[in-house]
Design a protein around this ligand. Structure first.
Ligand SMILES: Nc1ncnc2c1ncn2[C@@H]1O[C@H](COP(=O)(O)OP(=O)(O)OP(=O)(O)O)[C@@H](O)[C@H]1O
Length: 309
């Protein structure tokens, strides 16, 4: 049985449809990542699962339990990384952990969590004097103090420098080793690719794609992006795009000024065809390149939006 099942979730705020139709299930021990552009509905989805928002319709089942019937039992099974404003600034790292531990009948030892989040040496520091990365590690520590089965991390690495980000990745990997389930949202594609068992791409309140990072990339790896830059002005690119659109090997095209991008399932064939045409017309191509696909391309292909870091 899945540890988390989400079926037909919907939520509107006035006329804004934040979540239109979200359904997925997560197996125990998975790192499941939700990515999507600004305002896609990631936080609203997470908050409905966490019991912080009531869905307009749809169901959330956690370890076979529902918020309506078993809210107390669910609370002991999940850990939610608090916003940093929920921490006690004047208390030390360890005092914050002890205080959060006291909210639960059963919890981990603060020393064990300090070790996991690599803050043992800073246990006596007041929260207000922590760096951004240390603060985020403490937030994750607070989410895991009750030893929950599922941990929710909403953009835990946003705004952190690369090293601090990697320190958070280490914690997520340790949680996985312990058999915990992690539901993550992120703005960093590299992070989604490295950490996740499965990635769910959300756009405008709906899932546009859900699979393992490798499978998502694989779906597009048959395609390559062929870039051409013309010397003879925009018309050469416009004419070539028209011809390329009719080629059976070309999946999509995009043009900006003299630059033309073609997504092809057989780049060589496409180039033969393109060069046949440009030679006949006497158009000069000054740059040609063929690019491999990444998870970022998958995102753009499914949402039609450029990725922002
Ligand atoms: N409490 C609220 N009242 C009104 N509108 C809201 C509320 N919460 C979210 N929204 C709107 O719902 C949509 C989805 O928001 P949500 O925060 O879930 O997106 P997100 O994917 O988490 O975005 P981001 O990456 O910017 O955090 C947005 O248009 C947002 O403005």
């Amino acid at each position: 049985m899945s540890i988390l099942e989400v079926k037909g979730l919907r939520k509107s705020f006035g006329t804004v449809k934040a979540v239109e139709e979200i359904s997925f299930s997560v197996e125990a021990g998975e790192v499941f990542t939700i990515i999507g552009p600004n305002g896609a509905g990631k936080t609203t989805t997470l908050e409905m699962i966490e019991g912080l928002q009531t869905p307009d319709s749809g169901t959330v089942t956690i370890d076979g339990l529902t918020w309506a019937k078993n809210s107390d039992q669910i609370k002991y099974r999940i850990g939610v990384q608090p916003q940093s404003s929920a921490m006690f600034e004047l208390l030390t790292v360890e005092e914050n952990l002890d205080l959060f531990a006291s909210f639960y009948p059963r919890s981990k030892q603060a020393s064990e969590v300090l070790e996991m989040i690599n803050l043992t040496n800073h246990r006596g520091k007041r929260v207000k004097s922590l760096s951004g990365g240390q603060r985020q590690r403490l937030a994750i520590g607070l989410a895991m103090i009750s030893d929950p089965q599922i941990i929710f991390l909403d953009e835990p690495t946003t705004g952190l420098d690369p090293q601090a980000r990697r320190n958070i990745w280490d914690i997520v990997l340790k949680l996985k080793e312990l058999g915990k389930t992690t539901i993550l949202t992120t703005h960093y594609m590299e992070e989604a690719e490295k950490l996740s068992d499965r990635v769910c791409i959300v756009d405008q309140g709906r899932i546009v794609s859900l699979d393992t990072p490798a499978a998502l990339i694989d779906r597009l790896t048959k395609e390559r992006e062929v870039r051409l830059h013309f010397q003879d002005g925009e018309n050469a690119a416009i004419d070539t795009e028209e011809v390329a659109k009719e080629m059976s090997t070309v999946v999509r095209t995009a043009r900006e000024g003299q630059a033309l991008k073609l997504w092809s399932i057989q780049p060589e064939e496409t180039l033969y065809g393109v060069f046949g045409f440009t030679k006949e017309r006497g158009y000069r191509v000054e740059q040609v390149s063929i690019r491999e696909m990444s998870l970022e391309d998958v995102f753009i292909a499914f949402t039609g939006k450029e990725w922002r870091d």
